[in-house]
Design a binder for this molecule. Structure first.
Ligand SMILES: Cc1cc2nc3c(=O)[nH]c(=O)nc-3n(C[C@H](O)[C@H](O)[C@H](O)COP(=O)(O)OP(=O)(O)OC[C@H]3O[C@@H](n4cnc5c(N)ncnc54)[C@H](O)[C@@H]3O)c2cc1C
Length: 558
């Protein structure tokens, strides 16, 4: 267990290290040279130096036993520094995942202790040239080596693609097909027949090493099969998705904020047409405020999910997918808007937002692409809709209405509008059998993510107002500002769910006129339109807080 105080100290030392060793000029030079700063990565993972990986390792193996909330905080901070280096640290965590969830006690002791004590770097080898989103298509094989009728080892053949730390790790978790199905193996660097490709020349995260791996008759002893039972690989990979996707969600959040935290001070100083850009509403309300709101909605969802995982609710895979989807899409949009916010300067390397925008692009690709997240979310919540005979989101909407009665102003009522509309849209899709169109299912995934985040931000804003947020929760904004953000976000969520469902369900239905009429009445579009009243004033309040203006600026406390 990590206390709030220890976590704060760890984040502080991370920031101090970055200030000394990874100043902008250094990071820009490394990016231009396409160089992974191995010495810095080792420093961050050495137990006697920064020792970040200790956070992920359970206490019994020499680590700090950090929970999902701690990991989110550290991942956000690392992403603010450099997403390539953050990816390197993440790769060790991902590589050790199959061990944490599936290994025997002896295997855990050996490998997790080595990560803690020696700073051993790991890589996670799942993706193959022909098996990316669909890992079930993997072709790497692990054939049994028999002696006296028992399995003494395996011979691995095949290749892996796009492996973070691929060229620099000391040990690799490798997914390969055994006769009983996909299984994880641990392969050490230097094993005969195991080769690493040259670093990939990438669009972004150029400070991280990414390489292909090839295996030609690589022999490993039987005790290198994780868990020593074949065929558990995909289950073991899935067991931690909630957790690992939360980490990438935190990357999107950190990178998005890193860009905005450059655009905001820039716009306060940049004078055009006689006044700072920050005083131009057409600028702030397009390029800054909506992105701050989306990032904070994603943060609310990440924090709630992390607290639930830490409270033992299981791996929460659907919630992990929603967190990743919303935070990484918001991070990308924020970085893109930050380039625009800096004008011509934003388009050059020196001002960093261009690099952040290239870096954050990976977060909507790795650990499951955004489209795979939409599919996962759509499929999982579709099951809930069916099982509850359409009651799932109406029920959640009623909880938001109750919140609204207790805390009018935290956007709960608008979130409820989004959820009622969602329940109705899902019901129309069921009646018309419209999820047979894959596009409908994936769009539904998007509406679900927006509606659920609207609920989360409303709840967090209400908790902030009651001073009941957890000790480790973000306190960048205080309750009045969070409430304004919750209202802005939930209004957009409701409009998005209603408008987009009308568009797509009508577009897919065989009897379009009938579907349109039924849905128009059901999603309560007029109420959602009326809920937009006050939107611009709320955005003004948020902008004032961001720029430290007027009495309302007391809303921003850090
Ligand atoms: C820099 C970098 C680092 C990485 N690090 C690692 C690592 O450490 N370990 C590791 O194992 N992997 C790693 N990956 C691989 C990464 O996880 C995969 O690239 C990702 O899962 C997508 O797989 P793919 O590239 O084969 O694309 P594909 O699966 O071929 O997808 C291509 C496009 O099609 C879409 N798509 C795919 N399937 C469907 C479908 N059923 N329906 C609708 N749309 C679909 C996708 O969303 C995407 O837009 C890394 C990749 C990169 C670029």
């Amino acid at each position: 267990m990590i206390t709030a105080k220890t976590l704060k100290l760890s984040l502080k030392s991370l920031r101090e290290f970055a200030r000394k060793r990874l100043a902008d000029a250094e990071v820009i030079a490394l990016d231009a040279r396409d160089e992974c700063p191995l010495e810095i990565v080792r420093h961050m993972c050495s137990p006697d130096k920064l020792g970040i990986q200790l956070l992920f390792i359970p206490e019994e193996f020499g680590g700090f036993g950090g929970g999902a909330f701690d990991v989110y905080c550290v991942c956000e901070e690392m992403a603010r520094i450099d997403l390539g280096i953050a990816t390197s640290v993440l790769a060790t965590f991902l590589g050790s995942d199959p061990i944490t969830v599936g290994a025997t006690p002896e295997q855990k002791k050996l490998w997790l202790s080595r990560i803690a004590d020696e700073g051993l770097l790991f890589a996670y080898g799942a993706t193959e040239p022909d098996a990316g989103s669909d890992l079930g298509a993997l072709q790497t094989t692990a054939d049994r080596v028999m002696e006296d009728g028992r399995v003494v080892g395996y011979r691995i053949n095949g290749s892996k693609q796009w492996i973070s730390n691929g060229g620099i790790a000391g040990a690799y978790s490798v997914l390969a097909n055994t006769p009983a199905g996909p299984s994880w193996f641990i392969v050490e660097r230097g094993a005969a027949g195991f080769a690493q490709g040259k670093p990939e020349d990438k669009h972004g995260i150029r400070l991280s090493n990414t390489a292909a791996l090839s295996f030609t008759d690589v022999y490993v002893d039987a005790d290198r099969l994780v868990g020593e039972v074949e065929g558990q690989g995909l289950l073991q990979a899935q067991a931690v998705f909630g957790y690992t996707r939360l980490m990438v969600a935190a990357f999107g959040l950190g990178a998005g904020w890193a860009a905005l935290d450059r655009a905001i001070p820039y716009s306060a100083k940049r004078i055009q047409a006689g006044s700072p850009l920050s005083e131009k509403q057409g600028y702030t309300h397009k390029l800054i405020v909506p992105h701050v709101v989306r990032l904070e909605a994603a943060r609310a969802y990440i924090e709630e999910t992390a607290e639930r995982i830490d409270a033992g609710e299981g791996s929460l895979n659907t919630e992990g997918a929603i967190a990743k989807y919303m935070a990484t899409e918001a991070g990308n949009a924020a970085a893109e808007a930050s380039i625009q916010a800096l004008g011509g300067y934003g388009y050059t390397h020196e001002y960093m937002v261009e690099k952040i925008s290239r870096d954050v692009r990976i977060t909507v690709i790795y650990e499951g692409t955004s489209e795979i997240m939409e599919m996962t979310i759509g499929r999982d919540r579709w099951q809930s809709h069916i099982k509850t005979r359409g009651g799932y989101y109406h029920e959640r909407a009623r909880a938001c209405e109750a919140l609204d009665r207790q805390h009018p102003g935290a956007g709960g009522g608008y979130a409820a509008l989004a959820m009622h509309a969602l329940a109705e849209a899902m019901e129309q899709a069921r009646a018309g059998r419209l999820t047979r169109h894959q596009h409908i299912l994936l769009r539904m995934g998007e509406w679900i993510a927006w509606a659920e985040c609207a609920g989360s931000l409303a709840r967090r804003a209400a908790l902030a107002a009651e001073n009941k947020l957890g000790e480790k929760a973000s306190r960048r904004f205080d309750a009045p500002v969070l409430e304004a953000m919750a209202r802005v976000f939930a209004r957009e969520a409701a409009l998005r769910v209603a408008g987009e469902s009308l568009r797509w369900l009508t577009g897919a239905a065989e009897n379009a006129a009938e579907t349109l009429t039924a849905l128009e009445a059901a999603v309560k579009l007029p109420a959602i339109h009326r809920a937009q009243a006050g939107l611009v004033a709320d955005m003004d309040l948020i902008a004032d807080a961001l720029y430290g203006r007027t009495a309302k600026a007391a809303g921003q406390v850090a």
